[in-house]
Design a protein around this ligand. Structure first.
Ligand SMILES: CC(C)(COP(=O)(O)OP(=O)(O)OC[C@H]1O[C@@H](n2cnc3c(N)ncnc32)[C@H](O)[C@@H]1O)[C@@H](O)C(=O)NCCC(=O)NCCS
Ligand SMILES: Nc1ncnc2c1ncn2[C@@H]1O[C@H](COP(=O)(O)OP(=O)(O)OP(=O)(O)O)[C@@H](O)[C@H]1O
Length: 189
């Protein structure tokens, strides 16, 4: 079985590329399964950050939690510590289910692939790169945040240029969507 790592920097276009996998035979597992209401990750987050980070329906208010952790490195480290085991075991079970269905190639869409050292499991690693000006512009426009907030989020991760230097395959998403789709097609060959 081959595990393909898909990563990048915040707003570099990882989800955009992840969506392109949906039209292929390669299933994608993402790292976003943990914070749903009632799960182990959810319980730990509520215990550590209090009820005030919950929406009326009991789900985590991700925008609120994001504001807290991206403006305070110690809170971000706390969240990372709490969630790390849930993220890796969630991913593991998703892989196991797909493996039992006979999937031979699975893509893992993991924003913090290098930071969490999960790149050890994956080969090749695809890094979705974008130039710094476009990254900050797209981040501010997508999340409606200030330049300072956007920069805090970018600084919370390893440098995207370093990730690019560690990649087996780089998709440059600084241009148009068509340009990115074209690069993706070349990766599939
Ligand atoms: C901080 C949270 C609440 C923000 O939620 P929100 O819906 O606004 O953003 P989303 O989850 O789509 O993440 C957007 C991007 O933020 C970046 N990011 C998310 N968590 C972190 C983190 N702990 N450290 C650095 N960057 C992060 C990633 O680039 C990610 O792609 C959420 O990302 C979260 O619970 N993060 C902790 C879990 C985690 O570490 N996820 C990444 C696993 S590899
Ligand atoms: N080639 C492109 N041209 C124009 N806009 C783009 C392009 N690629 C992505 N975008 C836009 O940039 C923003 C970030 O893209 P996307 O959500 O795919 O990034 P991401 O890396 O998954 O982000 P995050 O890690 O923060 O979830 C989105 O609003 C998306 O619509």
């Amino acid at each position: 079985m081959r595990l393909v790592g898909l990563t990048g920097g915040i707003a570099s276009g990882k989800s955009t590329v992840s969506n392109l996998f949906k039209n292929t035979s390669v299933p994608v597992v993402d790292a976003d399964v943990v914070a749903q209401k009632g799960t182990g990750g959810w319980k730990k987050i509520v215990k550590a950050f209090g009820d005030e980070i919950l929406l009326d329906n009991g789900e985590i208010d991700r925008a609120r939690l994001g504001q807290i952790v991206f403006s305070d490195p110690s809170k971000r480290q706390l969240l990372n510590r709490l969630l790390a085991p849930h993220i890796s075991s969630g991913i593991f079970w998703e892989i196991a289910k797909l493996w039992m269905k006979g999937c031979k190639v699975i893509a893992l869409d993991i924003p913090l692939l290098f930071e969490t050292k999960m790149d050890r499991w994956t080969n090749p690693v695809i890094v979705v790169w974008v130039n710094p000006e476009t990254q900050i512009e797209r981040l501010m426009s997508r999340d409606g945040c200030s330049e300072e907030q956007a920069q805090n989020r970018i600084n919370a991760q390893l440098a995207l240029d370093w990730k690019k230097s560690e990649a087996d395959i780089v998709i440059d998403n600084s241009g148009s969507l068509d340009d990115t789709k074209q690069q993706f097609q070349e990766v599939l060959i």
